[in-house]
Design a protein around this ligand. Structure first.
Ligand SMILES: Nc1ncnc2c1ncn2[C@@H]1O[C@H](COP(=O)(O)OP(=O)(O)OP(=O)(O)O)[C@@H](O)[C@H]1O
Length: 268
């Protein structure tokens, strides 16, 4: 494996007696899946639970998850938490540098402007001067708004500055999702995790939002793992594989270009 994650058998993750998901045998080489992995499954099948496991937020009941990154660093996560012996990174490094998160309930604070929300992950890292942070935020807003807008900022704004001063409740659904993704990517993680990043958006806006991710993927050795209920995400020509969570198990399936049918795909 060049880089990616591995879960050996047997392994499982769950919520008390209420839910159990078998994850053993799920293995993924980032380059072999073209660095894009959609996760599909019916509501309540365990997609978010799988994401919590892969991001080391929720410990497995048994077994372990091992990440290897393109720079050679690695990290292993099991029932006891992070294995110091098998990890060259600590949890803070992983969460602040290697992983980026854009979750279903937006990670944007309603009390901060667009610019302040984007600045936040950079402040936490504490590695950039005020000037560098402002530059990165400016660049991020530029990218997230200009994509697909034919050079015009979205929503009729005539300046980026005005947009940066808006609060999340003053954004359209598509703008909100783009800013949330930019926030998750601004510190340049290796793996971006997104839970329904294009939730209730129409097809054109969905393409624009995912365009922000595509731009980011093109810039280096990165990977995106995202939960989606859009079968079209799994049929994208750039997507070679998908994970389907069903009946308490995870199935890695290949995208052979065939038209997908919700019943056969989601029910495994
Ligand atoms: N904090 C929790 N405590 C107890 N059970 C939970 C908790 N979170 C999720 N579950 C249960 O675990 C199962 C899987 O939930 P999960 O959120 O992973 O599903 P999902 O596929 O992401 O669903 P959706 O598409 O509706 O977001 C569900 O039965 C859910 O009720």
């Amino acid at each position: 494996m060049s880089w990616g994650f591995q879960i050996e058998r047997p392994a499982s993750v769950g919520w008390g007696s209420a839910f159990n998901l078998e994850v053993g045998g799920l293995e993924l080489d980032a380059n072999a899946v073209n660095r894009r992995l959609p996760v599909l499954g019916r509501s309540g099948s365990g997609k978010s639970t799988l994401m919590y496991l892969l991001t080391f937020m929720k410990r497995p009941r048994e077994g372990s998850v091992r990440w290897t990154f393109p720079d050679g660093h690695r990290a292993q996560w099991s029932r006891k938490g992070l294995s110091g012996r098998n990890s060259t990174l600590n949890l803070t490094d992983l969460r602040r540098r290697y992983f980026g998160f854009a979750y279903q309930r937006s990670t944007l604070s309603p009390y901060l402007t667009v610019a302040e929300n984007l600045m936040y992950p950079l402040r936490i890292r504490g590695e950039h001067s005020g000037e560098q942070m402002r530059e990165k935020v400016w660049e991020a807003v530029n990218k997230s708004l200009m994509y697909g807008q034919g050079g015009q900022t979205a929503g009729g704004d005539n300046t980026l500055k005005a947009f940066m001063k808006r609060f999340p409740n003053e954004l359209s659904g598509g703008q909100l999702q783009r800013v949330a993704l930019m926030q998750a990517m601004i510190h340049d993680p290796v793996v971006l995790f997104a839970d329904e990043p294009t939730g209730n958006l129409d097809a054109a806006t969905r393409r624009e939002v995912m365009g922000v991710v595509e731009q980011w993927l093109a810039e280096g050795e990165r990977m995106v793992i995202w939960v989606t209920h859009h079968l079209s995400d799994a049929q994208d020509p750039n997507v070679t594989h998908r994970v389907v969570v069903s009946h308490g198990r995870c199935h890695l399936q290949q995208n052979d270009g065939a038209q997908l049918n919700a019943r056969t795909v989601l029910d495994g």
